[in-house]
Design a protein around this ligand. Structure first.
Ligand code: ZN
Length: 220
């Protein structure tokens, strides 16, 4: 089973990809993780990618496709894979198809997790953590039992990531929509697309994803 999981930042697709990996016995391929692994291993690709990212530029599609290509040829991907965080643009979706077609492979399903923008803003902009022990909290979903005091270590200092402000999140979501609408259309035309409502508990969303993935897919 070869899957692509689409969804805005903060929709929980990384978490869901991990769960689907277990359920379907397939490998989660996160291009972010793959790039970090290459950088850590100081491979040629890793060094090149690190230099590009340090310069504040985007890693070229061909480099990412090259990484995925090497990865899908490995034995643990024989049962299939789930791509999370890729493709992000129509050009990447087309390059992915071409790479798979050259291996006589294709995608079985593309699932888009849908969450209202303002829900995402609430989810991301509400996050904060304990400055001392790193325990995670949320303004709405998980406040410390006693306001201003960490449940775990009792510290009274908290931090927020500078890019987790409502304004930054809205900008990221705008960019996501501009890039993703064409991909959604591309996969819809191919008959591969299913959409799943990303509101609710993690386990609930996993169930909806399982249904969407199994619906009409061939079993091989
Ligand atoms: Zn703490």
């Amino acid at each position: 089973m070869r899957l692509v999981l689409l969804g805005p930042p903060g929709c929980g697709k990384g978490t869901q990809a991990k769960r689907l990996q277990e359920i379907f016995g397939i490998i989660q391929l996160s291009t972010g993780d793959m790039l970090r692994a290459e950088a850590a291993a100081a491979s040629e690709t890793g060094r090149k990618a690190a230099a590009i990212m340090q310069a504040g530029q985007l890693v070229p599609d061909a480099m990412i496709i090259g990484l995925i290509e090497v990865r899908v040829d490995q034995p643990d991907c024989r049962n299939g894979f789930i791509l999370d965080g890729f493709p992000r643009t129509l050009a990447q979706a087309e390059a992915l198809d071409a790479m798979l077609a050259a291996r006589h492979l294709d995608l079985d399903r593309v699932v888009a997790i849908e969450v209202d923008d303002e829900d995402i803003v609430t989810r991301i902009a509400g996050r904060f953590s304990c400055s001392r022990c790193g325990a995670l909290y949320h303004d709405v979903f998980h406040r410390p039992k006693q306001d201003g005091k960490c449940d775990v270590c009792g510290a009274t200092e908290f931090t927020r990531r500078p890019d987790d402000t409502a304004e930054t999140v809205r900008k990221r979501l705008q960019a996501y929509h501009v890039q993703t609408v064409p991909i959604i259309e591309y996969y819809r035309r191919k008959g591969l697309l299913r959409c799943v409502d990303g509101a609710g508990a993690i386990a609930e969303i996993t169930e909806k994803l399982k249904v969407a993935i199994r619906e009409g897919t061939r079993v091989d």
